[in-house]
Design a protein around this ligand. Sequence first.
Ligand code: XMP
Length: 607
Amino acid sequence: MEAPIHPRSIVILDFGGQYAHLIARRVRQCGAYSEILPPETSADRLKDAAGIILSGGPQSVYDAGSPKADPKILELGIPVLGLCYGLHWMTQALGGQVKGGNVKEYGKTRIIIENGGGALLQDCGDSCTVWMSHGDEAARLPDGFTLIASSETCKHAAFSDEDRRLFALQFHPEVTHSEHGFDMLRRFVALCDAAPWAIENYTGYVGEQVKQEVSNRKVFMLVSGGVDSTVAFTLLNQVLGKDRVQGLLVDTGLMRKNEVALIKNAFDHLGIDNLHVVDESETFFEKLKGVYEPEQKRKIIGDTFLDVQKRVSEEMDLRVEDGWMLGQGTIYPDTIETGGTKHADKIKTHHNRVDAIQQMIEKGLVIEPLKELYKDEVRALGEELGLPHDLVWRHPFPGPGLGVRILCAEQSSPLSWEQAVPNGAQLTDFIQSGVILPVKSVGVQGDGRTYRHAVAYFTDDLRQIHDVHVLATMVPNAVPTLNRVLLCIDPDKKPKKFTFTPGYLTRARADLLREADAIVDDEMRRAELYKEIWQFPVVLLPVGVQDGGQSIVLRPITSIDAMSADAKLLPDDVLRTINDRILAEVPGIDAVFLDLTNKPPGTIEWE
Ligand code: XMP
């Protein structure tokens, strides 16, 4: 039997647009609980919803097999809002007509408000700018509907039947490019008799859910050090009591400086003392000996993690037969297969959903108390539970930890400008003043991943720093053998060519990187830049300017979802302080670089 929906929630029926999660998050920001369900969800199941939003989607309602909702949802008497494809489906279902638009319209468009804008568009004045992305449009409105906005290229840009509380917008109010978009959603939510949503009230509700689901069993939870598992473990402890929960934290040797202590302290402060920490760093370094290929490193780290977890849980007698179930910190976007991702060719399998875990989920042996929450809500819940603000707002950190930030290479791969530049290409002297590194890093160019060289420029002249910033976009396009551009603000360090020392994933190198990473973290917080930056990988390279030297790359970026990213140019004084501190305090590091490459062409991590 299908699970009932949350009473009085606002349901987003996902027609496969990329925006379903964005709509759901916006609705929650308006103070109403939202959930995402497949478009074919029956009207019967939706009868307790407070409102329904029909998302956009990539198809045309005329395409064979295009998704359809149950038309009876339009007779439930609850407010319904159709967006883009949702508008087309609603128009067709109610007897109006949809046609292929004359013009495919993408981007910002001015709409003129008609007939006062009805309940949803009343904040927009006479006109406003909205985000359009469509081919089809409504050619004839269904009976009972009134036009509330039109644009130059789309006559029926918005229409509504205010008596039946049915609304249709051709554009996307959920994206921030739509002026007053949030107001429109807020107005819609206000019409729905939705259960109020605030994380403070959720704590009690989720506590009851956890008690019911766990019943008289006990929960074993792997705590990674990341925000989600830390919050989930805290919640389980507070709801079930520490006698019925056991945590395990595996120290892989690839964690950040003081990370284990930070987490342990936060738990101690809350009276949580049932986290068992095992130092397995030696096991990890042993398995990684002599390995330098990035994907192989990832696989070894992942496999070793599972082995250690299995071994330790057996040693601790945490068996299903004895009433133990597994706890996971999975969050909402990882549990919902949205229409947008359902048909995508290859989306990475989330590690919380691998086969073995999936089978356990089906047998009811897994509890995921955060599975209804978005990341920002998990963080707010963490604070609500008493975890420190700085702990729950840490930057995302990759599963393999520092393992993917210690660049490994067995041999140098030198590349001269003559070899780098394709026949006859003319590059300026300034471009060719850069020194090419004798190691490669991963990038993403065109449709695939690349493995190419980086070029470094040495200058502390502000004007030239600006030029290097510009080159970061230009050079990887102009020179197909290069995918990254670096800046070093110590011009006197410029070598004729870099030195190289074979480098693997060793404890000594992890310790060096930990020190550099801690300096960066410290300076970011001191300069109050931590929140402005989405992620800040610090990378260790087996490359230096003197024999045996190594170097550090700073990779601050801003991003929304890690799919693309912008390199962040740090303020001069902050860059200078970090540069000088790393050179002075981290032994064996003889150069510091700032990576100025966007994604694409560079990836966020170097491996
Ligand atoms: P890239 O380097 O592909 O990274 O631009 C995108 C985001 O993914 C993170 N990342 C990982 N996360 N396991 C993870 O859990 C991994 O193996 C891994 N590799 C990259 C990266 O930190 C960034 O946020």
